[in-house]
Write a protein that binds this ligand. Structure first.
Ligand SMILES: [Zn+2]
Length: 220
């Protein structure tokens, strides 16, 4: 749980991400994005790509860089070349944030017994990056699963638990380079990760605008 105040002098509402849908936005180096769990208990699959699409946020490289499984406030998350991409600058969600579970995909829902189309984080990722001209990857990278609870017991067994993120809680990430941030309010409604009632909920995205030039430069 964070003890730091939210420093947000120029916060503006960017987008409301409906439960089960995806969204992508370009962010500049230094820009901060507030991912607000407006209704509570909603998992948000989170990816970052470099502007040329060649590198992406990597959960395995991030675990190695951090020396642990779950990221915390002030942690730097790295790409597949071990270069910093995102920093978690604020977190009042009391969540552990999973890095182990792959994003849900159509096959996951078929294996759970669902017949016919079901929205998924993989499809949300692919739809979200398309308007930006990014090539369709052969493999969608593992996401940072914000607000997702995946405890590991003493025997190494994983379990999927409902998110504990309270309504109105947030994670603030800072882009450490210019990048494309991709978010999916996970559509999982067959396994109780998005609250015990398995009901995907909306997420609000706020952005802090960055100064393009410093006051000193403006005065020149
Ligand atoms: Zn999902």
């Amino acid at each position: 749980m964070s003890t730091q105040p939210i420093h947000s002098p120029a916060l503006r509402h960017e987008f409301t991400l409906q439960g089960g849908t995806g969204f992508a936005m370009k962010t500049l180096a230094g820009q901060r994005v507030h991912i607000v769990n407006t209704m509570g208990h909603q998992v948000v699959d989170t990816w970052a790509l470099t502007t040329d699409g060649n590198q992406c946020l990597s959960m395995s490289h991030t675990r190695m860089a951090l020396g642990r499984i779950n990221p915390r406030e002030n942690d730097e998350l790295v790409d597949d070349l071990r270069q910093p991409m995102l920093r978690i600058v604020y977190d009042d969600s009391n969540s552990t944030h999973d890095t182990l579970i792959p994003p849900c995909d159509p096959q996951r829902y078929r294996l759970l017994g669902h017949e016919g189309h079901h929205a998924s984080c993989v499809d949300n990722f692919l739809m979200a990056i398309t308007p930006y001209g990014y090539p369709r990857p052969r493999h969608v990278p593992d996401a940072l699963n914000l607000f997702m609870e995946v405890p590991i017991d003493a025997g190494g067994e994983l379990s999927l638990k409902p998110s504990v993120a309270p309504a109105g809680s947030r994670v603030v990430v800072e882009a450490l380079r210019d990048l494309l941030l991709v978010l999916s309010a996970c559509p999982q409604d067959l396994v109780a990760i998005n609250g015990a009632d398995k009901h995907p909920r909306l997420i609000d995205i706020f952005v802090e605008d960055v100064k393009i030039s410093s006051e000193a430069e403006v005065l020149k």
